[in-house]
Design a binder for this molecule. Structure first.
Ligand SMILES: Cc1cc2nc3c(=O)[nH]c(=O)nc-3n(C[C@H](O)[C@H](O)[C@H](O)COP(=O)(O)O)c2cc1C
Ligand code: SF4
Length: 335
């Protein structure tokens, strides 16, 4: 198949990126292709730092050859690619570097060990980290598709996205995605490949993870940026959000305070401190929590500021997530 035919096929499949933002892959690749740049870089994003998201590790473990085939397809479309970085979080790097090196053949592939944490998965931080710079996001625009790694146009996609490209080109794609499901009570986890159009209820049911009583709630799309849903909402809510992570919590096991504390501890550790809404906003929420002052009227303003004025997706995502928790807290802990 010619490059433009492959791109057309990807577009027709409706594939959207599986790294969290859900941008249409075919459109992204077509734009890059039409620009006909002299030299580009490709980055395969295997940072997978968002709590509850496990699918990229699952792909590395079970579908490494298919992933490399997907990367080869990208290289076929963009032969002007100087280097392809397979950007892996530390444990994945340790587990799979040698295997990948043995399988990569003539691909100009560099297996790169992620030097930081969750924030390094954000594509401009990722580029900075490969260049050896501080782990802070860049101003967009310019987007990294124009000025990315080493100042050159850079195509960044998630590991699962490349795996799905392999499936699409080989007529194996069936409109599915990997859902990573965690039950915080039983501590059981699963990665399961299921259709995109299922409700949360259907995914949990088909995975065998539907709790027997109604004393639960779920966070969908990732443990940092995901939104919350109650049992009476999950039948009508599509599960295909964010990274495809579903975390099941149980009201009797975790209080609102404990949950907020857990989330804040993660976000305060992982944020870069570059912008005020995120740096100060998270700290403010933490202070109010510690002072037993969660009734403070300002909390909603702080959450709104996080969502709407943060410099990057970490703060925005945190805002979206806290907003949903805040709005539903009475419904979740109703008794
Ligand atoms: C804080 C933060 C962390 C992110 N972490 C990841 C990650 O671990 N893996 C990933 O593929 N995308 C991650 N992203 C999204 C990337 O910036 C980018 O949208 C994605 O890699 C594009 O690939 P896709 O279109 O195939 O999803 C993150 C974004 C933010 C804001
Ligand atoms: S939103 Fe948070 S992580 Fe992003 S730039 Fe601001 S402080 Fe850094």
């Amino acid at each position: 198949m010619k490059p433009n035919e492959i791109i057309e096929k990807i577009k027709k499949s409706g594939l959207t990126g599986r790294g969290g933002a859900g941008y249409p892959t075919g459109v992204k690749w077509e734009r890059m292709y039409q620009k006909n740049h002299q030299l580009i870089y490709i980055v395969v994003n295997g940072s997978e730092g968002e709590p509850g998201t496990l699918k990229d590790g699952y792909i590395l473990k079970n579908y490494l050859k298919e992933l490399l085939e997907g990367i080869k397809i990208a290289y076929q479309i963009f032969p002007q690619t100087k280097e392809i970085y397979l950007y892996l979080r530390k444990d994945y790097f340790k587990m799979y570097k040698e295997k990948i090196e043995a399988l990569k053949g003539s691909l100009p592939l560099i297996v790169f060990k992620e030097p930081g944490g969750y924030l390094c998965g954000e594509n401009t931080v990722l580029v900075n980290s490969i260049e050896g710079k501080r782990f802070t996001p860049r101003q967009k625009p310019p987007f990294i598709s124009e000025i990315g790694l080493w100042g050159k146009p850079t195509l960044v996609n998630n590991i699962e996205t490349f795996f799905r490209v392999y499936q699409i080109v080989n007529d194996k794609y069936q409109q599915t995605r990997f859902y990573s499901i965690t039950d915080t009570q039983t501590k059981k986890q699963i990665v399961i490949d299921l259709p995109l159009n299922l409700s949360i209820y259907e995914v949990l049911n088909q995975a065998g993870f539907l709790p027997k009583n109604n004393d639960f709630f779920v966070q969908i799309g990732g443990g940092a940026a995901g939104q919350y849903f109650t049992p009476d909402e999950i039948k009508n809510q599509n599960a295909n959000l964010g990274t495809g992570a579903i975390i099941i919590y149980h009201q009797k096991q975790i209080s609102l305070e404990k949950l907020i504390e857990e989330k804040l501890n993660f976000l305060m550790k992982e944020n870069c401190g570059k912008c005020t809404p995120c740096r100060e906003g998270l700290y403010y929420l933490f202070q109010q929590l510690k002072n037993n002052n969660l009734n403070d009227k300002k909390i909603t303003d702080v959450i709104n500021a996080l969502e709407n004025t943060s410099f990057c997706g970490l703060g925005e995502g945190a805002g979206v997530s806290f907003k949903s928790l805040w709005q539903k807290k009475e419904k979740i802990w109703r008794s």
